[in-house]
Write a protein that binds this ligand. Structure first.
Ligand SMILES: [Zn+2]
Length: 180
């Protein structure tokens, strides 16, 4: 899948996980999950995230291969444990390590819909998946990706009523000249 599809699918998951919360936390949750969804492709120097980081993607590709260990249950567990150890307790954003888990996991689930499949049981080499969507295909660009945009918009809009009092307060301040 393209990185945008991964990002959007996980941002939707992040919004869902954020639950009933303020607009800032919801947006941050969506962002954290969306970025976590790019992490498995650190094993490819040609991926979006692989092009942003020097050396490491090339190392991963050489040692474990693209769609190798990082695209497996062991990869999910390792990233979750690291996130819980190093980020969980900081709690700038609630459920930080769960957001990372959701983002990472959603990448593997989405990749499972590619013909290449995902080696969920790595180091056992068999790849599992349903060959439904080719990466970068018209189906992904014009059906799956817009579907994810709608999902993010829907989850965002359904939260708007929660934020309504904040929005109203800001507008009344602006009208009274309190802000501008
Ligand atoms: Zn991938």
């Amino acid at each position: 899948m393209l990185w945008r599809t991964h990002f959007l699918a996980s941002a939707a998951a992040g919004l869902l996980l954020a639950g009933h919360t303020d607009a800032k936390t919801a947006a941050l949750s969506a962002g954290v999950a969306g970025i976590a969804a790019l992490l498995p492709d650190v094993d490819s120097p040609d991926s979006k995230i692989g092009r942003m980081i020097p050396v490491i993607p090339r190392l991963f590709k050489t040692v474990v291969g693209h769609r190798g260990a990082l695209h497996s249950a062991i990869g999910v567990a390792a990233v979750f444990i690291l996130a819980a150890l190093f980020l969980g307790w900081r709690a700038h954003i609630p459920k930080m390590h769960y957001l990372i888990l959701a983002g990472y996991l959603s990448h593997l689930v989405m990749d499972s819909f590619n013909p290449q499949g995902v080696p969920w049981l790595w180091p056992y080499g068999k790849r599992f998946g349903l060959p439904l969507v080719q990466t970068g295909s018209l189906l992904e660009r014009f059906v799956v990706m817009p579907g994810m945009v709608l999902l993010v918009a829907w989850f965002g809009i359904t939260k708007l009523w929660l934020w309504f009092p904040t929005i109203k307060a800001v507008f009344s301040k602006i009208l009274k000249g309190g802000i501008l």
